[in-house]
Design a protein around this ligand. Structure first.
Ligand code: SF4
Ligand code: SF4
Length: 300
């Protein structure tokens, strides 16, 4: 397909066969996630740790957690079976930059055995600045950061605590640290030519109007794409916004916000909030064909 006029060659090269970045590519190229990173260093009010991280995936589903070696077997099996396979992502179920040893071991094995697979990662950003050099060295060329606020007062309503430098922080102090680390991580990635997508979870009455400000900040700092996802609120899965619960946006509210952001960072409306163990084309999850018990013992 043809390069859109507003993109430079280097960027186009990175996204043209990446289903999550190119509306066009998502029909032809497949990504898979391996759920190797269950530990997380922050608490989001919309998260229930029993389920996948909502940063990049659909909350309320449980992905099959794998060791790095199990992930290696799974990726090789998928690469041998799904012809459109082009991208391997680690998107939780916790934070891939915090649960780093496992993410790193998985990427290193795949880079060694299937060097042409593109690697990408999603993160809440807190541990990101410490990983940027290693990510760049491993040729990870796409990173997704979930940024829900640039105002720590709003952040304090979304994040009850963070765990940073072996200490737990709460309230506005926690949100301030998280915000600074997210901006630093974003700037460091952009400076190294790594493509950054920013995801925001739209939480009505908490950060909905504020996401226009978030959009401006991340665009100024070089984010390639800003993707607004709806909070998926299901009392059975626990959203912790007070006892009365927190509703998600309606489809109309989501679209109205996305329309306001148009002209800002580009939007990815084909996002399907895929699972942390998703396999295949977006919207056509083949994860159930590749559960651990179905993988061959020896893979080559
Ligand atoms: Fe949950 Fe992800 Fe938030 Fe961590 S970053 S608390 S795993 S939604
Ligand atoms: Fe797509 Fe995000 Fe998964 Fe990468 S981590 S393949 S950008 S959904």
């Amino acid at each position: 397909s043809a390069k859109p006029d507003d993109l430079d060659e280097a960027t186009w090269d990175k996204i043209k066969d990446h289903p999550c970045y190119s509306e066009e590519a998502h029909h032809y190229f497949a990504r898979m996630h391996v759920a190797v990173a269950p530990a997380c260093n922050i608490q989001c009010n919309y998260c229930n740790r029993k389920y996948d991280c909502a940063n990049e995936s659909r909350p309320g589903v449980v992905s099959e957690k794998l060791t790095p070696d199990e992930a290696r077997r799974k990726v090789i099996t998928v690469a041998n079976t799904v012809p459109q396979f082009s991208v391997l992502g680690i998107a939780g179920p916790g934070d891939a930059c915090y649960d780093w040893k496992k993410s790193q071991a998985t990427f290193a094995a795949i880079a060694r055995e299937i060097p042409d697979v593109k690697l990408c990662i999603s993160t809440n950003g807190l541990a990101l600045p410490d990983r940027v050099d290693e990510l760049a060295n491993m040729n990870v060329d796409h990173v997704t950061i979930t940024i829900n606020m640039v105002d720590p007062e709003i952040g304090a309503k979304i994040y009850p605590w963070i765990y940073f430098n072996k200490k737990r922080y709460t309230g506005v102090e926690a949100a301030t640290i998280l915000h600074q680390r997210q901006m630093l991580g974003l700037e460091m990635l952009v400076a190294r030519g790594i493509l950054v997508k920013v995801n925001s979870v739209m939480i009505p009455g908490v950060n909905d109007e504020h996401l226009i400000e978030v959009n401006r900040w991340v665009k100024e700092r070089g984010a390639f794409l800003h993707n607004v996802m709806p909070l998926i609120s299901d009392p059975a899965h626990g959203t912790h916004f007070g006892l009365t619960g927190q509703r998600g946006p309606t489809a109309m509210e989501l679209k109205a916000l996305q329309d306001k952001l148009e002209g800002g960072a580009k939007l990815m409306r084909h996002c399907r909030q895929c699972r942390a163990d998703a396999v295949g084309l977006l919207g056509d999850d083949r994860g159930q064909e590749f559960t651990l018990d179905q993988l061959p013992e020896a893979v080559v």
